[in-house]
Ligand binder design. Structure first.
Ligand code: GSH
Length: 270
């Protein structure tokens, strides 16, 4: 693969939390791409975002973050940014369109079906006032765990990463989904080792990569969302029966043979 050319100016702009952008930032750190990890703090100093959102050169065409400035290009929307980084920095220039799609499939499942529902759950006291967070969690979490089990069949249990020897952007979307689950589970996070053993090992392997270990040691954001009452939501989630929420519901249980078909199917050989 030809060395990709990286422009002098690369900026990933997002809010001061992991939110939608952390997988993108992790990938850039892991690849040691020189970039500015620019974080905007809502309301401080006052008016910064109010001004920035009127500038498509900084806030993108839809006045929302994340935005990736790649030289003179201003790219917006988390999933297309992920796809762009994969095509620019990971894939060989003549990769089959299906190779691009298979990468984007993983990002989409981890981001839209795990990370977004988890963020929405944390924010639900604001978005659904009057409904119980625990009740929503009982609805959301079994579906999330089921998707994680299928993600595990797609990428877990291999000696390498989805991207091969070097993780691709999609690896960091799955990784961040695991980080978020562990964050929401708090003191119950140890249950992940039984619920998702292959992804637990994969998470540990990714965390131990030198750039990731440095990032965790120095300045990876702990906050998941920008919701001011996130700590309150986390405290409420602590009393959930996590052991039963992690367990597969009977109708989703897969036999060894069925699991093997999912494993092969991800790679287009089902
Ligand atoms: N569809 C976009 C959504 C981006 C988005 O809504 N970002 C929020 C923060 S998580 C934002 O910047 N909102 C602008 C605002 O609050 O004014 C994506 O997936 O990246």
């Amino acid at each position: 693969m030809a060395q990709p050319s990286i422009p002098d100016k690369v900026v990933l702009r997002y809010w001061s939390c992991r939110g939608r952008a952390q997988a993108l930032a992790d990938f850039l750190f892991d690849r040691e791409v020189p970039f500015v990890d620019e974080r905007v703090t809502a309301g401080s100093p006052p008016g910064v975002w109010v001004r920035m959102r009127k500038d498509p050169g900084r806030a993108g065409p839809f006045a929302a973050l994340p935005v990736l400035q790649w030289g003179d290009d201003v790219l917006a929307e988390t999933l297309p940014i992920a796809s762009f980084l994969n095509q620019t920095l990971s894939l060989p220039s003549r990769a089959a369109p299906s190779a691009t799609a298979r990468h984007d499939m993983l990002c989409s499942a981890a981001y839209l079906d795990v990370s977004r529902p988890l963020a929405d759950l944390i924010r639900s006291p604001a978005s659904h006032p009057g409904t119980s967070l625990a009740k929503r969690a009982h609805f959301v979490l079994p579906v999330v765990f089921q998707k994680m089990r299928l993600l595990s069949l797609a990428v877990g249990g291999r000696p390498d990463y989805f991207g091969g020897e070097t993780p691709a952007v999609a690896d960091f979307f799955v990784f961040e989904a695991m980080e978020e689950l562990a964050y929401l589970m708090g003191p119950h996070g140890g249950l992940l080792a039984d619920a998702l053993p292959e992804l637990t090992e994969y998470r540990e392997r990714l965390r131990a990569r030198p750039a990731m270990a440095r990032l965790f040691r120095d300045h990876r954001h702990a906050r998941f969302t920008g919701f001011p009452d996130e700590p309150k939501s986390l405290a409420e989630l602590e009393s959930l029966p996590w052991r039963s929420l992690c367990a597969p519901v009977p109708r989703w249980q897969l036999s060894e043979a069925e699991a093997a078909r999912f494993r092969a199917g991800y790679w287009g050989r089902a």
